[in-house]
Design a protein around this ligand. Structure first.
Ligand code: ADP
Length: 275
């Protein structure tokens, strides 16, 4: 087994004649939670899609377990790797249980339909993602956050060691976002899964990731543990964000505090506060 089950070599990818990723060399850390950060349009989703084989490279290659990912059959990829794309939509009227059950498709064969193992995987995935009490409800009648948890349950039911999630916390309120990130950390640290997740929230990413990857203009600018990567200089360079970075008193993890506009504005705020 190679050290890194999923990696890219000189990966250049994009859409039609548009190039987004520029010669990206990237190895997804085994048994870790890796978070991709970057401004809108920096190529995070494109990288995820290329790594999951939903986008064909223009140049370079993606290796899954040492073999070029395009050489595998779809079912073989789905056995090894689960991906949740951004804003997926469920067929009209489909129930939560049915949607989560779709995660079991790669495990089924013509001669072996729904098994006890499939049922157990669905029940466990629904429990972990906390959607068990919604099981018989139609997905399209749920709130955005509930729906998002159903999709996460579907990927969990697929029961792959490699899990790629594109902005899974969209629509979730903060408490549920934290719960979800804690779940992802547990899947990596206790379950030995390898997770690659695109997130928007910088501080949640820095608080939970084992590895942070910062992208800009289709390139990986920084990659490493949050303590090394999540610095004021890197936030300025990658996001053009003026921020102070401090350490959280409870965890020691880096936290960014964005500057409040111009110095003049800050002065006025101080005067207002002391008035
Ligand atoms: P991010 O996930 O960092 O926001 P994306 O990977 O979605 O960035 O997008 C990178 C660039 O590729 C953007 O300029 C975006 O407009 C473009 N892009 C994304 N999807 C498509 C598509 N299906 N067709 C054409 N261009 C696309």
């Amino acid at each position: 087994m190679p050290d890194h089950r999923l990696c890219s070599e000189s990966l250049t990818a994009g859409y039609e004649d548009r190039r987004v990723l520029e010669s990206v060399d990237f190895r997804v850390a085994e048994g870790r939670l890796t978070v991709l950060l970057g401004p809108n349009g920096s190529g995070k989703s494109t990288l995820l899609k290329a790594l999951a084989r939903t986008l064909t490279p223009q140049r370079g290659r993606v290796l899954l377990d040492g073999q070029e990912i395009h050489r595998y059959r779809t079912r073989e990829v789905a056995h090894r790797l689960g991906i949740l794309p951004q804003s997926p939509t469920a067929p009209e009227g489909m129930t939560v249980r049915e949607l989560v059950g779709m995660g079991r498709f790669p495990h089924q064969r013509l001669w072996r339909q729904w098994s006890r193992q499939d049922e157990a995987a669905v029940v466990e995935a629904m429990a972990v993602a906390r959607v068990a009490d919604l099981a018989e409800r139609p997905v399209d009648a749920l709130s955005g956050g509930q729906r998002q948890r159903c999709w996460i349950a579907m990927v969990l039911a697929q029961d792959t060691d490699l899990i790629l999630l594109d902005e899974p916390t969209t629509f979730l309120d903060l408490k549920v976002q934290v719960d979800l990130l804690e779940l992802l950390v547990r899947l990596a640290h206790d379950g030995g899964r390898t997770l690659l997740v695109v997130l928007h929230d910088l501080n949640l990413a820095a608080a939970h990731a084992d590895v942070l990857v910062m992208m800009r203009d289709g390139r990986i600018e920084h990659c490493g543990p949050p303590e090394a990567v999540f610095t004021a200089a890197n936030l300025k360079r990658v996001f053009d964000l003026e921020a102070e970075v401090i350490n959280a008193p409870n965890t020691g993890r880096p936290v960014c505090i964005p500057a409040l506009g111009s110095t003049a504005l800050l002065g006025r705020r101080k005067e207002e506060l002391s008035a």
